[in-house]
Design a protein around this ligand. Structure first.
Ligand SMILES: *[C@@H]1O[C@H](CO)[C@@H](O)[C@H](O)[C@H]1NC(C)=O
Ligand SMILES: *[C@@H]1O[C@H](CO)[C@@H](O)[C@H](O)[C@H]1NC(C)=O
Ligand SMILES: *[C@@H]1O[C@H](CO)[C@@H](O)[C@H](O)[C@H]1NC(C)=O
Ligand SMILES: *[C@@H]1O[C@H](CO)[C@@H](O)[C@H](O)[C@H]1NC(C)=O
Ligand SMILES: *[C@@H]1O[C@H](CO)[C@@H](O)[C@H](O)[C@H]1NC(C)=O
Ligand SMILES: [Zn+2]
Length: 931
């Protein structure tokens, strides 16, 4: 059973509630948790071009694109690379120009597919120190009339005097310098302090389009090639890359002895998965050896050697790799797996083949200090990245428009992998809260978009980076889980296996997976009774945005589906070839027996959906389907009565579903808000995490709308009344919170730490704040440091909060990767909300420049600052903000601005219509429950 896991979270919630008698903290904790989950999905860093000035000017001429193939963002199909020799020397000391630089020599080998005299290769911010040369297959230089660097499309262009011939091989040889900036993109520099000494590392983040910033390359995922990588570094550093080193040589550079580490030739792979790290890190795990697959975890020496923070990740990696080998029916394709924790990292982690990079909080874990939530994060992120080693790395999407398949798939199977590592957690169930419901919140807006995009609509780095959103990750995961569920896992895994075998070391489009799953369906002896081919069913889910609400009238058996919109007054302008109907796999429970039905039209009459007076019907068992469910009033009443009589008759995931569906249907005005609130009345008896979390996140919306009004008092009292019996129950069960969960130690327990820090800062003054700030600065454990940083935003002093906002943009105070989450923490504080909004408005241009290009979370920055927006005045301000900044633009945050405007409009109407009723409901509920 999963109790150990769930109980600890509940105990944390209740402990806080009663320790400090502040109901708002329960909800605050839920928000912190939700944010932690949100970060979890930031798995890939789509750093785009920044304006950081590199080592400028070169011997080559510079032209802007006018006309010609270099004007297009996509490479022409004339040339196809097959091998790279790359030799790089990062220098981790300032040079004479007071910059950190790297020096490179590279040769890319390619075949000519169509006659051309143009060689177009990606290159960004590289300064060529000699003129790039074109060579024939014997290595003989060929005449070139002109070499251009095209800034806008990031190309190096060589104009050959004689056209290249079809079928022949050529190469381009280059020598170049680049800046090793701290911009978290391409080949970059990161720093940390150890024993009073500043240490530097050189590391990479190539995805999506920054390999071109490390060496000239055909920087598209379908341009797979092999790579011979050599890194030259100081002798007291270690160099890592995708493959194992095959030799180390001493060489003299600038009258100094350096080490040259030569890596084995890689398998055929995409440029965005290339990686190398030069550091003074330590590792735990098996060293490379010829018989065993080496698995190692790397990080700061102190974290790895003194604090053993790598042990947990190491202990789960092997079981997860073993599990995926079996699941994919394919052995792990590389001789080793290194995983590295970096002090500066834009996203959560990056699945570079054989050399996965993480931000520290996603890989390192200290059992004495970190919480169970931190542990859960490590397990799921590690599983996610390991899943990509096959799905994504071995078989790769042809172009970024299909990125949702890559990320959606990994976001689904990360739960399967983590479940193998921690079978007692019941972690698979949590996908419903963490992905399905999380993404339904944005997919229910008219500003949503379909999973798929057309290849020709995704060209520029910005367009590529826009795709790394919740729809790709969480909706992708949700529909793939639905697919696996209606096919059965056995058939799904069969099709997946042949897909991987067929396309290994190659590229695909998403429909290739459907083809292989269809073949598995056709071959199975199971009777699946699919109403249509897999592709047709899935088209309705991936080609149109949104999802349906399925309404069942149990008196007549009439079932209807309708596009679910959170704001019932909004108008859908995006056309859909399926007119917003879906092929819905319905599962249901009636009289304790299970059934299935395929809803293929907008309405149907299904006899099995009719019920007798003393029965109820429950649809979408375990929420395997990506849709919401509504019923006739009679059935709703019976379900709520069942919850109050004996909630265990309804599966735990569906108890969460009833609550979450009811609240969302109420926001969309499909059911009465009273009905939604009624689903929480039974909760005082429920000890499970999922229904409580569903209720807390639903009520979180009430908190945002009402925490500055008279509704908030009665709401707090009601929450307290519902929680109290459980608190007593857990208190007894855990011996006054001394025996479970996990090791409750002497002082502040890790699972309670965030809340305790927050409370201390909220009730304290400047001295307490300064104390925590010092603790934050000196913190050596990233997860602990994150908790301290979040707690700094709990202050009730506006001037302190303003100071923290200022600090968030000062990289010598707060790391760039943490800027957005710091601003978000301030905004989640009711006092900080308006300060955060003022700050973001005033500094918008700076924020776009400083964070827009290099931090993944930037896209969400407008989400948190506008969460409480619910008045006409708020809306006016938001529209003014949009108008005022048309020119500097919104970068990857453009979509979140539209979502914020749409949500504000819906909030205004909702508050007007519901405030009175909600106030009265809470008042009645307190009286009537009599606790
Ligand atoms: C690449 O490295 C391999 C050793 O891993 C070596 O055999 C091969 O010759 C190298 N290829 C080139 C083109 O340098
Ligand atoms: C629903 O989920 C629970 C918990 O994961 C599981 O035990 C149960 O078998 C599932 N029910 C169905 C019908 O799949
Ligand atoms: C407290 O827990 C013990 C066992 O842990 C159990 O026997 C007892 O009934 C519980 N008491 C209450 C009031 O729940
Ligand atoms: C918990 O504390 C109460 C008093 O606060 C005490 O009566 C009870 O025995 C304690 N229970 C355990 C298991 O320590
Ligand atoms: C950023 O912080 C550093 C160190 O605390 C300080 O010296 C510097 O003045 C700050 N910069 C700005 C622009 O406030
Ligand atoms: Zn991923």
């Amino acid at each position: 059973m999963a109790k150990g896991f769930y109980v600890s979270k509940l105990a944390a919630v209740f402990g806080i509630l009663f320790c400090i008698a502040a109901v708002s903290t329960v909800i605050a904790l839920a928000i912190v948790y939700a944010q932690e989950k949100a970060n979890n999905n930031d798995l890939l860093n789509p750093s785009e071009t920044t304006t950081t000035s590199g080592i400028s000017s070169s011997s080559s001429s510079t032209t802007t694109p006018s006309d010609g193939p270099w004007h297009k963002y996509r490479l022409p199909k004339t040339l196809k690379p097959y091998h790279y020799d790359v030799r790089l020397r990062p220098v981790l000391q300032l040079n004479a120009q007071r910059l950190y630089a790297f020096h490179g020599i590279s040769e890319v080998f390619f075949t000519c597919n169509e006659a051309t005299s143009l060689v177009i290769i990606h290159s960004n911010k590289l300064n060529f120190t000699t003129t790039p040369t074109l060579r024939d297959s014997a290595g003989k230089p060929l005449s070139v009339s002109k070499v251009d660097i095209v800034l806008v499309t990031q190309y190096l262009v060589l104009h050959a005097v004689n056209p290249l011939e079809v079928g022949k091989n050529y190469s381009v040889y280059t020598e170049f310098d680049g800046e090793l900036a701290d911009d978290l993109a391409g080949f970059y520099r990161s720093e940390y302090v150890e024993d009073g000494e500043t240490k530097r590392i050189a590391t990479t983040q190539m995805a999506a389009t920054d390999a071109r910033k490390a060496f000239p390359c055909f920087d598209e995922p379908a341009m797979k090639a092999t790579f011979n990588i050599t890194i030259i570094h100081k002798r007291d550093y270690v160099a890592l890359s995708n493959m194992n080193p095959i030799r180390h040589n001493n060489i003299i550079v600038d009258r100094d002895i350096w080490t040259e580490t030569v890596f084995a030739k890689t398998v055929k792979m995409s440029t965005y998965l290339v990686a190398f790290v030069v550091s003074q890190f330590s590792s735990v795990g098996d060293p490379a050896n010829s018989t065993n697959r080496a698995v190692r975890i790397w990080g700061r020496k102190k974290a790895i050697e003194d604090e053993n923070q790598g042990e947990y990740a190491l202990s789960i990696t092997k079981p997860i790799l073993d599990y995926f080998e079996e699941y994919y029916n394919t052995t792990y394709p590389l001789p080793k797996s290194d995983q590295v924790a970096l002090p500066d990292f834009s996203a959560g982690a990056m699945e570079n083949w054989g050399l996965i990079t993480y931000r520290e909080t996603a890989l390192l874990f200290d059992p004495a200090v970190s919480s169970i939530g931190n542990k859960e994060r490590v397990a799921t992120v590690v599983a996610h990245e390991l899943a990509h080693q096959w799905f994504g790395n071995l078989v790769t999407i042809r172009w970024w428009n299909d990125m949702w398949l890559n990320e959606g798939f990994a976001s689904y199977v990360e739960y399967l992998g983590a479940d193998k590592a921690e079978p007692s957690w019941n972690i698979k169930d949590l996908i419903v809260l963490n992905d399905v419901y999380r993404v339904m919140a944005v997919d229910a807006l008219v500003s949503s978009h379909p999973l798929t995009s057309k290849e020709e609509e995704v060209n520029t780095p910005d367009e590529i980076n826009q795709l790394f959103d919740a729809i790709s990750y969480s909706k992708g995961a949700s529909v793939i889980r639905m697919l696996s569920s209606f096919l059965s896992e056995e058939v799904f895994v069969k099709g997946l296996g042949t897909y991987l075998k067929t396309f290994e070391y190659d590229n695909t489009v998403y429909s290739d997976l459907w083809t292989h799953l269809q073949a598995a369906v056709d071959a199975t002896s199971q009777s699946l009774d699919l109403p249509q081919p897999v592709a047709n069913i899935m088209d309705t889910w991936v080609l149109q945005m949104g999802f349906p609400v399925v309404t069942i009238d149990t008196t007549t058996g009439l079932v209807t589906q309708k596009h679910f919109l959170l704001d019932s007054d909004s108008t859908v302008t995006r056309p859909s070839e399926f007119s917003y109907t879906w092929i819905v796999p319905m599962s249901y429970s009636k009289n304790a027996s299970l059934g299935n039905y395929w809803l293929q039209t907008s309405t149907a009459t299904v006899n099995e959906f009719q019920i007798h007076t003393n029965e109820w019907l429950l649809a979408n068992i375990n929420v395997t389907g990506y849709y919401r469910v509504n019923y006739d009033d009679g059935n709703w009443n019976k379900l709520i009565a069942q919850l109050e009589a004996d909630h265990t008759n309804i599966p735990v995931i569906n108890r969460a579903q009833i609550i979450d569906d009811a609240f969302n249907l109420a926001r969309a005005k499909v059911v009465n808000t009273r009905r939604a609130l009624d689903t929480t009345r039974y909760l005082w008896k429920d000890a499970e995490y999922m229904p409580w979390q569903a209720a807390l996140s639903s009520l979180n919306f009430f908190k945002q709308m009402f925490d500055r009004s008279e509704v908030y008092g009665p709401m707090g009292k009601y929450m307290k009344q519902q929680v109290r019996p459980l608190f007593e129950y857990f208190k007894n069960m855990t011996g006054n919170f001394t025996t479970r969960p996990e090791s409750l130690t002497d002082h502040i327990h890790p699972n309670l730490r965030s809340a305790v820090y927050c409370t201390a800062v909220a009730h304290g003054g400047e001295a307490e704040w300064n104390f925590l700030w010092e603790k934050f600065v000196e913190s050596d454990i990233a997860q602990e440091s994150d908790k301290r940083r979040a707690a700094l935003a709990c202050s009730r002093e506006t001037w302190i909060l303003n100071r923290l906002l200022e600090y968030s943009l000062n990289t010598s105070k707060i790391r760039r990767q943490d800027a957005v989450s710091t601003i978000n923490s301030v905004c989640s504080n009711v006092i900080g909300q308006s300060l955060g909004w003022d700050f973001v408005r005033a500094k918008w241009k700076t924020i776009v420049n400083e964070l827009g290009g290099s931090t993944f979370s930037f896209r969400n920055i407008l989400h948190q600052v506008t969460l409480r927006f619910s008045t006409d005045f708020d809306l006016q301000q938001l529209e003014q903000f949009k108008f005022d900044n048309q020119e500097s633009g919104f970068g990857t945050a453009a979509q979140s601005l539209e979502q914020a405007i749409e949500k504000t409009k819906a909030n205004i109407r909702w508050v007007n219509e519901n405030k009175e009723m909600v106030l009265n409901w809470f008042k009645d509920a307190i009286k009537s429950e009599n606790i």
